[in-house]
Design a protein around this ligand. Structure first.
Ligand code: FAD
Length: 454
């Protein structure tokens, strides 16, 4: 295989993602064109080698690591191929960064709405393969809703084009067969390689305002979140939660010690409704839900919103930093990605804290998409024993989450780390259906082994 790198020093650079797992690939391919990519897949097929596609390797679940065989990096295929402002569409290569697309759209008054916190560092192919989402999913939905068509390369090198049907009604057979774009979005590299994508764009809002509000605790913050979602006076685009520790991290990065007291939590919201910001409506709602002094920060305009996003990003980034010293001794960051119906968010978090206390572990640092009933919990596990104890707590939490009508993975996918929990969520028939889809596109089971269907 002419294009395959076997140098151990180079391979080591592709052995880790943000999961804390380590898998050194047996070889590495970095195609710079569709033709090269197809050639690599054909050669891999002839050799019976497994292939795991990878973008920027920001996966938190080990999905971007090659458990066996080759790692196929898409980073060299990074062009924004075409922007059609009139039809509000963009065509991109899979290795283009999500942030790069939005920078390219700056002059068009358009934007690509999915906003994983990692938007400046993750590829569009990776976002599609994980159905990535972010704070603004509250208003815009996840990546799936913004993908119009995909060009994919299958394990044998065959290139296929899938386009969403434009009919508005369809009664032909089982719904999961109606739209093959949906099969590939969220398939984590297990069905084939996303080569190019046609993406839907939205008009950029005329005004964007971020609002950070301190609350005495989770109960008040949640009551505010529910009220904000139900309100007709305001229309939040995101409702993000920072527990006391996450708020402390954000304050440190904001260099704003006067904001909030120790023990207080924070909700970060964005308002982009047409017209001027109705700050009085936000203040009234906050004060009605336990923020009597309305300790509020307003981030007006694009640059200020970017600052606010940096504060939000500081939380997972800090948890990564805190974990880094323990990676070499078998520790890693433990993070959850479950979601529950908003009505059960408090119950789920309290249950989980209780499980941690029973196991003699510290409470999690909790932050994220509370507006979607989707908080992230993070812990630093310092060695394999702590990893095992934390994972037992996570599994108890996930079982409770399922009972509450939730999901074990709401945005980071299943990957390798959560594959053992697939059976908590999907029953035997649902798993069999997934296996049948996998057999259809990848009959030899060579694509992204270990992801989803371990
Ligand atoms: C600090 C931090 C914050 C994050 N915040 C968020 C967040 O807010 N929301 C969120 O959803 N995620 C988040 N993530 C997770 C991650 O960034 C996303 O899942 C992202 O979409 C992965 O993109 P990537 O290019 O890094 O893909 P990779 O990590 O390289 O790969 C991820 C998966 O996609 C597959 N894949 C990649 N490219 C292709 C392709 N071209 N064809 C087929 N399969 C492919 C891989 O096989 C793998 O299964 C965060 C991660 C970090 C480290």
């Amino acid at each position: 295989m002419s294009r395959i790198v076997r140098d151990p020093a180079v391979l080591e650079g592709y052995a880790r993602d943000a999961s804390g797992l380590r898998h050194v690939p047996e070889g590495l391919a970095r195609p710079a064109s569709r033709a090269e990519l197809v050639e690599v897949l054909r050669e891999a097929a002839a050799a019976g080698a497994a292939v795991t596609p990878a973008g920027a390797q920001t996966s938190t679940t080990g999905a971007s690591l090659a458990a066996r065989g080759l790692l196929l990096s898409l980073r060299a295929m990074d062009r924004v191929l075409d922007v059609d402002p009139a039809r509000r569409l963009a065509r991109v290569e899979a290795g283009a960064l999500l942030g790069t697309l939005n920078h390219a759209l700056a002059g068009e008054a358009l934007f690509f709405a999915p906003d994983p916190t990692s938007d400046e560092t993750c590829t569009l192919g990776g976002a599609i393969a994980c159905n990535a989402s972010g704070p603004r999913t509250l208003l815009y939905g996840a990546t799936r809703a913004h993908v119009r068509a995909l060009t994919v390369a299958l394990a044998d090198g065959t290139v296929r084009e899938f386009r969403r049907p434009v009919v508005e009604k369809n009664t032909v057979g089982y719904q999961p067969t109606h739209d093959l774009v949906d099969w590939f979005v969220g398939s984590e590299g297990t069905l084939g390689v996303v080569v190019e994508a046609e993406l839907a764009l939205l008009p950029r809002p005329e005004r964007e305002t971020g609002i950070g509000i301190a609350f005495p605790g989770l109960v008040d913050a949640l009551a505010f979140v529910r009220a904000a979602r139900a309100s007709t006076a305001i229309r939040p685009r995101c409702l993000e939660y920072f527990d006391a520790e996450a708020f402390r991290i954000a304050r440190t990065h904001a260099d704003d010690p006067a904001w909030g007291a120790d023990g207080q939590v924070m909700i970060y919201a964005e308002d982009c409704a047409p017209g001027a910001l109705d700050i009085d409506a936000w203040l009234a709602l906050a004060e009605a839900h336990g923020a009597p002094d309305a300790d509020m920060r307003v981030f007006e305009g694009e640059a200020a919103i970017r600052t606010a996003r940096r504060l939000r990003h500081a939380v997972p980034a800090t948890m990564h930093e805190r974990t880094a010293p323990y990676l070499a001794t078998g520790g890693r960051r433990i993070s959850t990605d479950w979601a529950v119906p908003l009505a059960h968010a408090e119950e789920a978090l309290l249950l989980s804290d209780g499980f941690a206390i029973e196991a003699g572990l510290p409470p999690a640092v909790t932050y994220g998409h509370l507006g979607n009933g989707h908080p992230h919990q993070n812990w630093v596990a310092r060695d394999p024993d702590e990893v095992a104890r934390h994972e037992a707590v996570v599994e108890r939490t996930l079982r409770a989450v399922i009972q509450l009508g939730g999901t074990v993975a709401a945005e980071h996918g299943i990957g390798k780390l959560k594959a053992r929990w697939l059976g908590l969520q999907a029953n035997a028939s649902q798993v069999a259906l997934m296996r049948a889809a996998k057999r259809e596109f990848d009959p030899e089971g060579r694509m992204a082994p270990g992801n989803i269907l371990a």
